[in-house]
Ligand binder design. Structure first.
Ligand code: ZN
Ligand code: ZN
Ligand code: ZN
Length: 163
């Protein structure tokens, strides 16, 4: 499955975001099917909601959107769905914002390197082996054994820089 360009880089304004969402859902279904993991209706809808945009979304915003049609899902149900999606590597949690984004490169193990735009909130993933290795090496040099190396970089995306 070829990923739409808007998924892996910073999305152009006005791109066809339906294609991003549809692609993310198809990829998630294929990954879960291969692993025998159950993408239940609620899990699916939580993932769809996270993919509503390229920006991070807090758990309560996710809950509010899912319940907007009159349903009464409890916060815990949404948290459990998010836990599942994180375990499957379909969603990442941005600790600095306490919010969630859909993974741009699901299906292989990575701890997450995020570029977060301060102006529009869009997020892209670096997914650079070199960055991970550099952090691990520098940590090891200090006698530290890293378990995960999540990198969150704040700044301005190409759209907001106006170039
Ligand atoms: Zn998009
Ligand atoms: Zn990812
Ligand atoms: Zn931006």
């Amino acid at each position: 499955m070829a990923r739409p360009a808007a998924i892996t880089a910073f999305p152009k304004k006005g791109h066809n975001h339906k294609a991003c969402g549809a692609h993310a859902m198809a990829e998630a279904e294929a990954i879960c099917r291969n692993r025998g993991a159950r993408l239940t209706d609620l899990r699916k809808r939580v993932l769809e909601t996270v993919w509503h945009s390229h920006g991070p979304m807090g758990a309560y915003d996710i809950l509010a959107r899912i319940n907007a049609g009159g349903e009464r899902n409890a916060p815990m149900a949404v948290y459990r769905a998010l836990d599942f999606l994180m375990e499957q590597g379909l969603v990442h949690r941005l600790t600095s914002l306490n919010a969630f984004v859909g993974c741009r490169h699901p299906g292989h193990q990575h701890s997450g390197q995020f570029l977060i735009c301060n102006a529009c909130n869009d997020v892209a993933e670096l997914d650079s082996d070199a960055v991970g290795k550099t952090v691990t090496k520098a940590a090891s040099a200090r006698g530290f054994t890293p378990i995960s190396t999540v990198v969150e970089v704040m700044g301005l995306c190409p759209n907001c820089r106006g170039s």
